[in-house]
Design a protein around this ligand. Structure first.
Ligand code: BGC
Length: 440
């Protein structure tokens, strides 16, 4: 008789959902090609957004700065001060819902919400670092024009707007004059990693986010950013890859099925294979197909058939506690079905870890550094999915060691608490030509 493990493995192989179905050399080559195309302004699924942020500047200390972290589900606001050792001290922290998360929001209400979130700290500093976890084209002045919403945020009227200008102009009307810089969360994470790893001689820096969405940032030589003509070729800057939109990774027919049911089919294909907004939903698509193909007994198949939604958090709790956690732990079903469900969900996490390792590896390799074991590349990895999902972080780190190790490239992970806020604060304090962003 075939056991649950063999059944699950055969199913995963048939649907090309298992790690051995991924040819990592092909995926890495495709990443490199798309990165090169994005840097030169050719058609590419990777936007490769220049940030005008250097990682070379020292952090001024004892100067307060307001930091904002507009993430997938929440907005966090705080003030920060760095001490002479570069240690950040955080104060006046508040946490709010991300406008447009869950239900649709008008343009007016969207900005009004941010103004309300910022008013309590608005007088505490004239400098703001604004971490914004969505694809935005950055202007040389440090504002960001929203290119598209990801993570199912619903505020369509805001697309195409300069986010910072719209918020800080409204605050100006209330008497507050801020100089601000807007940056992607991967860039904040990269900068926070740099400050956390300050004592070490790293060759370069990479930021990864794997939370509700996913993306990477790394440091590129200006001379390779040929789509811009006004850069000093001797300098370097952080690049926001927008790797969640990578569309050259082979997908399973079930990835395609999930994608078709999202608000933005065809966009962010890679993100939909690995990030927190989608892993639960993808698991449900996979489990429903397994039930249709009679991999489960009657009670197990009914339990899955009844489900209309499954979150990444629920999958994670089930993996941690398969005989007790909702929704499968408490349902009436054979333990062999529970074991099969667990094996399938765990395989999707394993694939997410492998693809995350490839995502990081692509950024590390593109930096062109890390060949000297004494000067590895610093990888700062953040996000709830990365840190909280059972086994994901450990497996990613193991896979990354294999992928980079076999190429003779050295890396090291660092972690910094409150990375998005800390990195935003660093960007605010170190931005070039600090002053007003726009002539008013
Ligand atoms: C966004 C990126 C962001 C990533 C991680 C993606 O959905 O497009 O800009 O960095 O999520 O938060």
């Amino acid at each position: 008789m075939i056991g649950f493990r063999e059944k699950a493995q055969a199913f995963l192989k048939d649907y090309r959902l298992d790690v051995p179905s991924i040819d990592h050399e092909t995926v890495l080559r495709a990443f490199q090609d798309e990165m090169a195309a994005g840097l030169s302004g050719k058609e590419s699924s990777l936007a490769m957004i220049p940030t005008y942020i250097s990682v070379e500047r020292p952090i001024p200390y004892h100067k307060p700065v307001i930091a904002v972290d507009a993430g997938g589900t929440h907005v966090r606001v705080a003030t920060l001060v760095f001490d002479p050792e570069g240690i950040p001290h955080l104060d006046n922290f508040s946490k709010h819902e991300m406008p447009g998360f869950g239900s649709e929001m008008s343009r007016h209400d969207f900005y009004d919400r941010f103004v309300r979130y910022l008013l309590p700290v608005a007088a505490l500093s004239d400098t703001v670092g604004f971490c914004f976890s969505y694809p935005a084209e950055i202007s040389p002045e440090g504002d960001g024009k929203l290119l598209a919403w990801t993570k199912e945020i619903k505020a369509p009227e805001v697309i195409g707007d300069f986010i910072g200008r719209n918020i800080f102009d409204r605050l100006r009307k209330r008497g507050f004059h801020h100089s601000f810089i807007l940056l992607n969360d991967t860039v904040s994470t990269l900068l926070a990693g740099k400050s956390a790893g300050m004592a070490k001689p790293f060759a370069s820096f990479v930021g990864l986010i794997l939370g509700t969405g996913t993306n990477t940032a790394y440091v590129e030589c200006n001379r390779n950013i040929t789509k811009l003509t006004n850069l000093n070729p001797a300098e370097k800057q952080a690049i926001n890859v927008e790797s969640g939109n990578f569309n050259k990774c082979p997908r399973s027919p079930l990835d395609i099925l999930l994608d078709a049911a999202t608000d933005n089919p065809g966009q962010n294909a890679f993100e939909k294979m690995i990030s927190g907004a989608y892993l639960g939903r993808l698991s449900l698509v996979v489990l429903k197909r397994a039930a249709e193909e009679h991999l489960l007994r009657h009670e197990g198949a009914c339990a899955i058939g009844d489900l209309v939604d499954l979150t990444t958090e629920e999958v994670n709790l089930f993996l941690k506690n398969p005989r007790e956690a909702e929704p499968f732990g408490v349902k009436k079903m054979m333990d062999s079905d529970r074991a099969l469900i667990r094996t399938l969900c765990s395989a999707l996490i394993d694939r997410a870890a492998y693809l995350t390792a490839l995502n990081i590896a692509a950024a590390v390799i593109q930096s062109g550094t890390g060949r000297d074991p004494l000067r590895p590349v610093c990888v700062s990895a953040e996000g709830s999915t990365y840190h909280k999902t059972k086994g994901l972080r450990r497996r990613t780190e193991n896979y990354l060691c294999g992928i980079l190790g076999s190429r003779g490239v050295y890396h090291e992970f660092v972690q910094s608490p409150d990375a998005s806020l800390v990195g935003a604060a660093i960007a605010g304090l170190t931005r070039t030509g600090a002053g007003r962003n726009f002539p008013l």
